[in-house]
Design a protein around this ligand. Structure first.
Ligand code: PHE
Length: 431
C-alpha cells in the first residue's frame, strides 16, 4: 500500500475524472460475477452491490486537493494548525497527512476494526454504498485508523471523501469530506521524563485493561485544548463553544464540540479517547491516544456562510472565483450567485406488496436522474388503504438550479423520467 503525504501548501489541481467503464441501472441489477470499476480498480459485484453511476461520477474529483477550492482552503488551515501545534524535538511537524487513500475499504476497516457491532444500524445497506459484501465506499475517515497505526504511525491526519446514503437536503449530500486526527502517546509522552513512572501506569492493573484515570485526564486536556484551539483559529477568538458528551463505539469517553454561530449551537466534530481494543486490533501495545473526526463541508459552510452543500461540486466560475487567493486564512463572505424560484413537483405511488421498497433506493434514483437540479426530496404523506392494505407514499421534489432559471417543461421531463425509473426499478405503481 502506498501512503501519500501531502505538504499543506503543495495542493495541486486534480482534474476531475469519472471512472464508469460500463453502464448500470440505478437499481442494483448487477449479476453475480459482474465486475464493478470504482476509482480505477475492479471489484466483483454481488447481492450487496448498490453503488450508482451518479456516485461513481464523484470519485476522483478530490475537492479537498483542488487548488483554491474552499474545502482545500479549510483543509490547509487545519493541517497548518496541527503542524504548528505538534513539533518533533528537531522542530519539524509531528503529524503526517494522508489525503489520497483510496475510498474503497473493507467492512473490517470501516466497522470491525472500530468495534462497531455486527448488527449496528450504521452497517445497513440502505445507509452505505457497498461495492460488494466485503467492500464499501468508506463512510468515515476513521476506516483508515487501524491500518495507519499498524504501519507504526503515531500522529497522523487522514483527509478524504466519505460516502453515505442520506436524505437529500441543503445540508446533506451523499458525498462529503472528513478530516481525521489520531495521536498516540507512550508512557513517557504522557507523564514526561521527570516523573517517577513507577507510580504512574497507562492502564489499571486489575481486570481487563482500561485507561488509568490520570491518563484519561491528561489525554482529554490535550485533545480538548487542541480542538478548541482549532475552532478559535478558524472562527476567531470570541467564538462561543461547548463540549457535549457523545458516544462512538471506538472511543471512550467521547465528546462533541459545538460552536455557537448565528445564535445556534452547531455540532462541529466528534472525538474521544481511543478504546484499548482498537489499538490492540492494530497491533499497537504500550500506547494510549485520542482521535477526532470533522466534516469539512460543515466547517466551510459556517466559515464562508455557504447556504447549500451542493455548491461545493459546482464548476461555475461564479462560485470558484470567490475563493481564488493564496492565503487560505483569507476571509470570505460567500455571495450566492443567484437565487431562482424553485419548481415543486410531487410524486405519489403505491409501494410493491412484497415490502422490498426502501426509501433510500428512491432517493438514489432522484439524485441519479435529477442530479444537481434537485434541491430537496422528502416524504410529505403516507397512508395505508383500509381495504386493500396497500401503502402509498407521496414525496415532494424541489427542483432548483443554482445558476439559472429552470423552465417547468424541463423540470417535467426530468420528473417523468424519475417516475418511469421508479416504476421499473422499484416496482411501484405511480398514482
Ligand atoms: N468517525 C466519526 C464520525 O464520522 C467521528 C469520530 C472520529 C469520532 C474519531 C471519534 C473519533 O462521525
Amino acid at each position: 500500500m502506498v501512503v501519500v503525504t501531502r505538504n499543506f501548501h503543495l495542493a495541486k489541481l486534480i482534474p476531475s475524472l469519472s471512472h464508469t467503464s460500463r453502464h448500470f441501472s440505478v437499481k442494483s441489477t448487477y449479476h453475480p460475477g459482474d465486475q464493478v470499476t470504482v476509482g480505477g480498480r475492479q471489484y466483483p459485484s454481488d447481492h450487496m452491490t448498490n453503488i450508482t453511476p451518479h456516485i461513481l461520477s464523484h470519485m476522483g474529483r478530490n475537492l479537498h486537493l483542488q487548488q483554491y477550492h474552499p474545502l482545500c482552503h479549510i483543509s490547509d488551515r487545519i493541517v497548518k494548525y496541527m503542524y504548528g501545534r505538534y513539533l518533533t524535538p528537531r522542530g519539524s511537524p509531528l503529524f503526517s497527512v494522508h489525503s489520497q487513500l483510496h475510498p474503497v475499504v473493507t467492512t473490517q476497516q470501516n466497522f470491525d476494526s472500530l468495534l462497531i457491532p455486527k448488527d449496528h444500524v450504521s452497517r445497513k445497506k440502505s445507509d452505505n454504498f457497498y461495492v460488494n459484501k466485503e467492500q464499501l465506499l468508506r463512510a468515515h475517515t476513521s476506516a483508515h485508523q487501524c491500518e495507519l497505526m499498524r504501519m507504526g504511525l503515531d500522529n497522523f491526519l487522514v483527509i478524504g471523501d466519505v460516502y453515505r446514503r442520506d436524505e437529500i437536503d441543503s445540508s446533506h449530500y451523499p458525498v462529503f469530506h472528513q478530516v481525521e486526527g489520531v495521536r498516540l502517546l507512550t508512557k513517557s509522552d504522557v507523564y514526561g521524563k521527570q516523573q517517577d513512572m513507577k507510580e504512574y501506569e497507562l492502564f489499571t492493573p486489575e481486570g481487563p485493561p482500561t485507561h488509568h484515570p490520570h491518563v484519561i485526564n491528561i489525554l482529554k486536556a490535550d485533545l480538548k485544548d487542541c480542538l478548541q484551539g482549532l475552532a478559535t483559529t478558524l472562527f476567531g477568538r470570541d467564538v462561543e463553544m461547548r463540549w457535549v458528551d457523545a458516544y462512538f463505539p471506538f472511543t471512550h469517553p467521547s465528546w462533541e464540540l459545538e460552536v455557537k454561530l448565528n445564535d445556534q449551537w452547531i455540532e462541529m466534530l466528534g472525538c474521544g479517547i481511543i478504546q484499548h481494543q482498537v489499538l490492540l486490533n492494530a497491533d499497537v501495545e504500550e500506547r494510549v491516544g485520542w482521535a477526532f473526526g470533522l466534516g469539512l463541508e460543515r466547517w466551510a459552510m459556517k466559515l464562508y456562510q455557504i447556504p447549500d452543500i451542493r455548491v461545493f461540486w459546482s464548476t461555475d466560475p461564479g462560485f470558484l472565483s470567490q475563493f481564488v487567493f493564496d492565503d487560505p486564512a483569507t476571509n470570505v463572505n460567500f455571495k450566492v450567485v443567484s437565487k431562482h424560484t424553485p419548481c415543486i413537483n410531487d410524486i405519489s405511488f403505491w409501494l410493491p406488496s412484497d415490502s422490498s421498497y426502501e426509501a433510500a433506493d428512491f432517493y438514489d434514483i432522484v439524485r441519479s436522474i435529477g442530479g444537481n437540479l434537485v434541491e430537496q426530496v422528502y416524504l410529505v404523506d403516507q397512508f395505508t388503504h383500509p381495504h386493500t392494505g396497500r401503502t402509498s407514499h407521496c414525496y415532494r421534489i424541489v427542483y432548483r438550479h443554482m445558476d439559472r432559471i429552470l423552465t417547468q417543461e424541463e423540470v417535467n421531463r426530468v420528473h417523468s423520467r424519475i417516475e418511469q425509473e421508479t416504476t421499473t426499478a422499484l416496482g411501484v405503481t405511480v398514482r
